[in-house]
Design a protein around this ligand. Structure first.
Ligand SMILES: C[S@@+](CC[C@H](N)C(=O)[O-])C[C@H]1O[C@@H](n2cnc3c(N)ncnc32)[C@H](O)[C@@H]1O
Length: 268
């Protein structure tokens, strides 16, 4: 994996996770995928990567999410990065869903872990996973093929999708906002509001902003370029600013928070 020189990732995290992950199995998985062909197939050739995304080495990995190493190592590392249990954190999203959504979009879906749980929970729903990294989408598609699930994987910008107004019943984003500048998180919420039908719901799972404010040493270690900015903000306030009502943020274990809001019918 190509990383920045002398990063905390190289000094601390990589050796630690290197010990926890099965490198041989990952190499075998990576070698079994024709990354260039598969990424090109999923890539939107007209998409221009924003500077805030392509200029950063997220988690100290050169090229951030735009390479196969990031895509292959994401799941095994995330498994250890969401205490006490990754699935328990993600299940909070499923439990927060009200009603029975028939069209769902998961923004910044990555390798699709939450997207897949949404499809499993709502098998009759049309589910879209959208991400800026074709390599992450390749992994997401690989996982749905294994599970024989029908999810549409789309290469795109969460803050500027190509969907029409009011197409979705549910918009979700998990672990996206700590990786984007605040202005982009706010633009994503505005886009989410546009995409939702009146009465539709938005659900955001991410790092606990209050906790993160007091653990800068942790955020330094993980090398997240925008997490400090994220920690200083308030997803609650951003949701209100985007037009959502019934805004509520709750703790998910001690590391994460879950925010929900509704596109009120009377707001229109
Ligand atoms: C930490 S990962 C989270 C992935 C997944 N949602 C999860 O819960 O594991 C952040 C993801 O957001 C994607 N991303 C970052 N900025 C984005 C944007 N503006 N539009 C779409 N995807 C974006 C990255 O490519 C990456 O896959």
């Amino acid at each position: 994996m190509a990383t920045g020189q002398d990063t905390l990732w190289e000094k601390f995290i990589q050796p630690l996770f290197g010990f926890l992950i099965d490198r041989e199995a990952l190499k075998e998985l990576s070698d079994s995928i024709d990354w260039e062909t598969e990424s090109d197939r999923l890539k939107n050739p007209d998409l221009i990567y924003p500077e805030y995304y392509k200029s950063q080495n997220f988690h100290g990995i050169k090229g951030g999410y735009l390479n196969s190493s990031a895509a292959v190592t994401y799941d095994p590392i995330t498994k250890h990065a969401l205490p006490p249990n990754e699935n328990w954190n993600r299940e909070a999203v499923i439990k927060a869903v009200t009603g029975n959504p028939l069209k769902i979009i998961d923004l910044g879906c990555g390798t699709g872990s939450t997207t897949i749980m949404l499809k499993q929970a709502f098998p009759n729903a049309e589910v879209v996973g959208l991400d800026l990294s074709p390599q992450m989408l390749v992994m997401a598609e690989y996982k749905t093929q294994l599970e024989r699930l029908n999810v549409q994987w789309l290469h795109g910008l969460a803050e500027a999708t190509s969907f029409d107004d009011s197409e979705f019943d549910l918009v979700t984003a998990s672990l996206l906002f700590h990786e984007t500048p605040t202005a982009i998180s706010q633009a994503v919420l505005k886009e989410g509001f546009r995409l939702l039908k009146p009465g539709g719901q938005v659900i955001i799972l991410d790092g606990h902003q209050k906790t993160l404010r007091n653990t800068t040493w942790l955020t330094d270690i993980f090398e997240e370029p925008y997490i400090e900015e994220y920690a200083k903000g308030s997803v609650d306030a951003w949701l209100g600013k985007a037009g959502f009502t019934q805004v509520l943020t709750e703790d998910v274990w001690w590391t994460n928070q879950l925010s929900t809001g509704v596109k009120s019918i009377s707001n229109l």
